[in-house]
Design a protein around this ligand. Structure first.
Ligand code: PLP
Length: 392
């Protein structure tokens, strides 16, 4: 007999991250002999600094092969607390830090902790696609926070506050942002926090995974800096982007006292603990020299200027200068082609992999996401190919 399986209803509501599909298709086209320039996937095109790799190798040689505490080894959690003090100016108890296998795990745990039928969760749109996916999976109602090109892909605090209802349980924020590169101005965060003080039932998850990738001398405005919401704030950060460690699966979260036990319980049920050697690499990343991550950001800054200038020369494209991360989110309405069609056309006809804005939510129609984690030479060539393809 062939299997007749009944899956849980949530499975049919689970979305995905199109970047991985596009990456697979780009690789398949390359294997078939096509030249593809990948501006699709969101990962630094740099290697993890050697001192970090060595720390992991040493940990393995030193015999760190077993389970660690579920929340992570204490020296790593202490290093995270010291890093938060250094870059955010805020004291954190290392016992409120949870080491997780990648930034994504924090959002999965936070959304599962609050999401269920009848609950509402606010999230940025266009935004990282996993937010909406997991909110739907949980059964909660996803309530989009629209981000606007006109305001540098920031939100309006008044508009966000107007969407809060008695059913709202969690609000997700992300600045600097994927997919737009947008940075929410501190003045808007101040306004939002002042308004949230009237809604003590709403938890906040601040995804600050791009906090070290800011340009033009901007300082990161962290949600951790607001004492009035600290008892309901979950901070999401990690090593993937800052230290070019996407494949190591290393992230951390900071939870309020009332939630850290629940979050650790989810970790024990899910993954037990993070790879022990990777945790030692994490200590070296935070406490070792910062010149390589800083040089990476300078390289991204140079590419950012090139890609924005070049993109604005493509007929039908309009691209604002993003303030952070390593993405641009040009408006492509002037081409008269939908985002998804343009993604397909540029992959198959021009050999350029990038992502349709709609992969980041319905509010992404009319936009494409470019990741400029690629060489300046490749960026220029990609734009030349796009111009040629659209001129045909
Ligand atoms: N949050 C945002 C906004 C991201 O863009 C990403 C990765 O692209 C993540 C979280 C997940 O990071 P990680 O690879 O560490 O799971």
């Amino acid at each position: 007999m062939t299997a007749k399986l009944t899956l849980a209803a949530g499975m049919s509501r689970l979305g995905t991250e199109t970047a991985f599909d596009v990456l697979a298709r780009a690789k398949a086209l390359e294997q078939a002999g096509r030249s593809i320039i990948n501006l699709g996937i969101g990962q630094p095109d740099f290697q993890t600094p050697a001192n970090i790799v060595e720390a992991a190798v040493k940990a393995l040689r030193d015999g760190h092969h077993g389970y660690t505490p579920a929340n992570g080894i204490l020296p790593l959690r202490e290093a995270v607390a010291a890093d938060i003090l250094k870059y955010r100016g805020v004291e954190v108890n290392p016992d409120h830090v949870l080491i997780v296998p990648g930034g994504k795990v924090t959002m999965f745990f936070a959304i599962l902790m609050f999401g269920e039928p009848g609950a509402e969760i606010l999230y940025p749109n266009p935004g990282f696609p996993i937010y909406e996916s997991v909110i739907r999976f949980s059964g909660a109602k996803p309530v989009p926070i629209p981000l606007y090109e006109e305001t540098g892909y920031s939100f309006s605090a008044d508009e966000v506050l107007s969407k809060i209802t008695p059913a709202s349980r969690l609000i997700i924020l992300n600045s600097p942002a994927n997919p737009t590169g947008g940075v929410v101005p501190k003045s808007e965060l101040d306004k939002l926090v002042a308004g949230l003080e009237k809604h003590p039932q709403v938890a906040i998850m601040s995804d600050e995974i791009y906090s070290r990738m800011l340009y033009d001398g901007q300082k990161h405005a962290s949600m951790m800096a607001y004492p009035s919401i600290r008892d309901r704030l979950i901070l999401l950060d990690g090593w993937s982007k800052t230290y070019a460690m996407t494949g190591w699966r290393m992230g951390y979260s900071v939870w309020p006292a009332s939630l850290i036990g629940q979050a650790t319980r989810l970790a024990i049920n899910c993954h037990s603990c993070v790879n022990a050697a990777a945790q030692f690499a994490g200590i070296e990343a935070l406490t070792g020299p910062q010149d390589q991550p800083e040089a990476m950001v300078r390289a991204f800054d140079e590419r950012r200027r090139v890609i924005v200038e070049e993109t604005n020369r493509i007929p039908g494209f309009r691209c604002i200068m993003p303030g952070g991360a390593f993405y641009t989110f040009p408006n492509i309405e002037g081409t008269g082609i939908t985002s998804r069609e343009l993604q397909e056309k540029l992959l198959t006809e021009a050999g350029v992999a990038l992502i349709s804005g709609t992969s980041f939510g319905a509010f992404g129609e009319g936009y494409l996401r470019f990741s400029y984690a690629n060489s300046i030479e490749n960026i220029r060539e990609a734009i030349r190919r796009i111009r040629d393809c659209l001129a045909k």
